[in-house]
Design a binder for this molecule. Structure first.
Ligand code: ISE
Length: 335
């Protein structure tokens, strides 16, 4: 069966999903697109000339010629459109964040629970990255003993002007919250946030250092610095009782040029998570076709990320450690 996918939003991530779907995902077809901008839409239509153009995201979701949707529109539209997909009983891959606040994200969890089935996969692509999966396997196998620390760096080359310290937490650090829960196999129970001085390269926001406690006693540290200039750099080291294991996101080739040996650093997250994005979409298409299970981050995971982000914002404002309490996990999302 070919899954006919409708894409909502043809910006940077929507276009990337379209490229992956049309180039690297057998079993999935880009059958419809929606974006209010004709220029953005045209770039995606060039990849799939047969895709139908819809006048509204709601019309796309409701159309009988669309089996599943990718929601890559602006953040505030993610939850309402996810709710529409649940009402239409269609699987949806929803870009992060699931909701811009916990209450909004929770509406999606509640709708899925009421429907009695999982339809939403949140686009926390790191769960499909081989490096993070190896870190998780280390914890599951127990081969290095219990996890004590997960040290993470999250650096972007430059961030857009609208990103303030709040969005460093709610838009970028949410990746760390989600992947730490995945790697450690434990929920996060508290968060503290310290801001460094602003870089002269980006006076409007201060780089952040976050320290979170997990329910199993492990500690997550995150440097979130979105104006590092030199490139996109995501690192993680898992420290266990008898050793450590770290991500080694190095490309296949190393160069020696002008007296320097090394490798180029990617400009943004798309090359760094090239494989993860492809495995993520393949898994979604299998799920939508009914030939694979629901995998990746669930609506519950998207909601929990929003709860951690809200606690992080409070911690930053009040300069104190703040507890994280998403409430009980519904049976639909049992481990
Ligand atoms: C950005 O907002 C994203 O969504 C990317 O997935 C992430 O890797 C990046 O660092 C964020 O700033």
């Amino acid at each position: 069966m070919t899954v006919r996918i409708g894409l909502i939003g043809c910006g940077i991530m929507g276009e990337d999903h379209a490229r992956i779907l049309t180039g690297d995902v057998p079993g999935g077809e880009l059958a419809g697109v929606f974006d209010p901008s004709p220029e953005r839409r045209a770039r995606v239509q060039a990849l799939a000339p047969g895709a139908r153009v819809f006048d509204s995201p709601e019309a796309l979701i409701a159309d009988p010629g669309i089996d599943a949707v990718i929601i890559a529109s602006p953040d505030a539209t993610h939850a309402p459109l996810a709710l529409a997909a649940i009402r239409a009983e269609k699987p949806a891959l929803v870009e992060k964040p699931l909701g811009t606040d916990p209450e909004t994200a929770r509406t999606v969890v509640d709708a899925e629970v009421a429907a009695g089935r999982r339809l939403i996969q949140v686009g926390f692509m790191r769960r499909f990255d081989p490096g993070y999966r190896a870190l998780r396997d280390t914890v599951v196998s127990g081969e290095l003993g219990a996890p004590l620390f997960l040290h993470c760096l999250h650096r972007n080359a430059v961030a857009p002007d609208y990103i303030g310290s709040d969005l460093i937490i709610a838009n970028s650090s949410v990746h760390e919250f989600d992947i730490a829960r995945f790697v450690l196999g434990a929920d996060l129970v508290s968060i503290a946030v310290t801001a460094a001085r602003a870089s002269q390269k980006a006076p409007a926001r201060r780089p952040l250092f976050l320290v979170l406690e997990a329910e199993n006693g492990a500690v997550l540290t995150v440097e979130a610095f979105l104006d590092a200039q030199y490139g996109y750099d995501v690192q993680g080291e898992l420290v266990c009782e008898t050793g450590t294991r770290a991500l080694s996101p190095e490309p296949a080739v190393r160069q020696r040029v002008a007296g320097v040996t090394g490798h180029p650093v990617p400009g943004d997250w798309r090359p760094r998570f090239f494989e993860a994005y492809r495995v993520q979409l393949k898994a979604f298409v299998r799920f939508a076709a009914g030939t694979g299970p629901a995998v990746g981050s669930s609506a519950w995971d998207g909601y929990v990320a929003a709860v951690v982000a809200a606690a992080g914002l409070k911690a930053l404002e009040d300069r104190r450690r703040v507890p994280i309490n998403p409430g009980p996990r519904p049976a639909l999302y049992a481990h």
